[in-house]
Design a protein around this ligand. Structure first.
Ligand code: UDP
Ligand code: MG
Length: 139
């Protein structure tokens, strides 16, 4: 298991609001290398599977329908201390509480439509990357 990789998605709101380029620019400017990248769309079944860990939470059904409502960008990123540094780069889950200059503060409008996903552990980064990418899609 690698300790220097994380997984991200630009969520449907980030794509629909025209922020793909700006968000990827912020990510690479912060020193992350792109290992894998894909423009795709989740079915509600796949979104439900991705967020299965949250299935008992009250926002789960809305989250699944939001995450399958439009295209997303999925990526595997590499950097020393990737998990923690990427969580710092994106900011708090609620963009109203996200630090100035973070991706969520700049590009997100609400706690549910919060522009980007970032893995919370090395283990989940591995699982989430494997959810979207085969071995021969990583460079
Ligand atoms: N979410 C939501 N309402 C909440 C908390 C979370 O809609 O009260 C959504 C939001 O899109 C968030 C995702 O569920 O990014 C996963 O929640 P988590 O607590 O893991 O936040 P994250 O790790 O994305 O900051
Ligand atoms: Mg999370």
């Amino acid at each position: 298991m690698s300790t220097n990789r994380t997984f991200t998605m630009i969520k449907p709101d980030g794509v629909a609001n025209g922020h793909i380029g700006a968000i990827i620019n912020d990510i690479t400017a912060a020193g992350f290398k792109i290992i894998a990248l894909k423009y795709t769309k989740l079915t509600s079944e796949k979104a439900g599977e991705f967020y299965a860990v949250h299935s008992a939470r009250p926002f789960y059904n809305d989250l699944v329908s939001f995450m399958s409502s439009g295209p997303i960008v999925a990526a595997i990123l590499e950097k020393d201390n990737a998990i923690e540094d990427f969580r710092t780069l994106i900011g708090a889950t609620n963009p109203a509480e996200a630090a100035k200059g973070t991706i969520r503060q700049k590009y997100a409008k609400s706690i549910d439509a919060n522009a980007v996903h970032g893995s919370d552990s090395d283990e989940n980064a591995q699982i989430e990357g494997d959810f979207f990418f085969t071995a021969d899609e990583r460079f």
